[in-house]
Design a protein around this ligand. Sequence first.
Ligand code: SF4
Ligand code: F3S
Length: 112
Amino acid sequence: MTYVVTDNCIKCKYMDCVEVCPVDCFYEGENMLVIHPDECIDCGVCEPECPAEAIKADTEPGLESWLKLNVEYAKVWPNITIKREAPADAKSFDGVPNKLEAHFSANPGSGD
Ligand code: SF4
Ligand code: F3S
């Protein structure tokens, strides 16, 4: 198994998760982060740290498409290990439905 980043990370991108990951397996897109499933050691410490509750164990049902997205973009986005400021409007996007369709960006973030 692995942990995966899901819909509610998009445009919230709080980045609290990157600080606690012992193996630095987060990768940064313009609007969200993803987890590299082959690097994640399933420790689970990032899950409760996300203020948007966007990190889930892939053993939860219905996450196949999110696992695919994490696999795909962890290959092409830069690694991120240091938390920066969340977007100024992060709070206004918390809980907004269908962010993948409306707000996902395939562009890479800046990494660190
Ligand atoms: Fe990192 Fe652990 Fe979260 Fe996996 S479960 S992404 S190893 S903090
Ligand atoms: Fe995203 Fe939550 Fe990390 S919003 S950047 S998964 S702390």
